[in-house]
Ligand binder design. Sequence first.
Ligand SMILES: NC(=O)c1ccc[n+]([C@@H]2O[C@H](COP(=O)([O-])OP(=O)(O)OC[C@H]3O[C@@H](n4cnc5c(N)ncnc54)[C@H](OP(=O)(O)O)[C@@H]3O)[C@@H](O)[C@H]2O)c1
Length: 281
Amino acid sequence: MRVLVTGASGGVGSTLIGRLSDTGVEVRATSRRPDPQRWPGVDNVASDLGEPRTLRPALEGVDAVFLVSFAPPQVLGELAEEMAAAGVAKVVVLSTIDTTRTEPFVEYNKQRHLAVENAVIDGGFTTVCLRPGAFARNAIRFWARQIREHRSVGLPFPESQQAPIADDDIAAVAVEALTTSALDGQKIVLTGPESLTMREQVGLVGRAINASIDITLLSDAHARALYGQVLPPQYLDLLMAQWAFEVTEPADVTQAVHVVTGRPATAFGDWAVSHRDAFLP
Ligand SMILES: NC(=O)c1ccc[n+]([C@@H]2O[C@H](COP(=O)([O-])OP(=O)(O)OC[C@H]3O[C@@H](n4cnc5c(N)ncnc54)[C@H](OP(=O)(O)O)[C@@H]3O)[C@@H](O)[C@H]2O)c1
């Protein structure tokens, strides 16, 4: 069996390549700027999901695709055609929990991911949609630099709650989805094991690096200036509204990682310990 992993240089994609290689599956990796040094022995091919024709070399001889949702809506039909023409039978989509939500602020992200899910389903592939909630890795993306440089984190909504999920847990479920028929046709909401406020998450990062991390309350304008450095404008609006909303109720928690993999989802504190280097100066 040959599996194409798109988004190969990203957090979930790179973890998935390691896990799939361990199972003996033949893996091909693709992203716009592939790094051949990263996966010696893995076929690493450049392609752009925004231009589906560029995927032809990557898709050759592939049975199943792990698809990150970066193709814009106007090319999704063409992307499905390219995969079908190459003989792909199964597609596992990395989608989002936002596809299940109804608040107006998720609409942009929800529609973007639903469009990919639907294009794959309509393309006639055996489909599994993985719908994760907030990634634990967001702590690195949003906070690591602040922690490394100042041992403090600026937050507009410290009591905002998420159930952060580890990339490796998503990858473990993706392996099951790609290599067995057990999850065929399912749309699976994946979360970490517990709802934690951002204040609690920062505390757990502090414990992982044996340091006390201050939390600074940010105004709306200050937060937008800070987080706008790592987020495109449409996601900045979405997240500011979402973080404000999440103050009012705990994050949804599902048991899907445990049910699919047979082991509990990784606790955020354990994830922080295994990623502590990212937060150290
Ligand atoms: N962050 C969260 O909390 C969260 C929660 C739920 C769902 N998600 C979803 O998870 C997915 C991954 O997000 P992420 O931010 O974590 O990604 P990421 O780890 O930064 O990885 C993105 C990967 O996709 C590749 N890529 C991006 N645009 C591409 C394109 N046009 N063509 C081909 N490859 C492309 C990148 O490599 P190149 O740059 O080399 O192309 C990279 O390998 C997104 O769909 C996101 O909406 C995120």
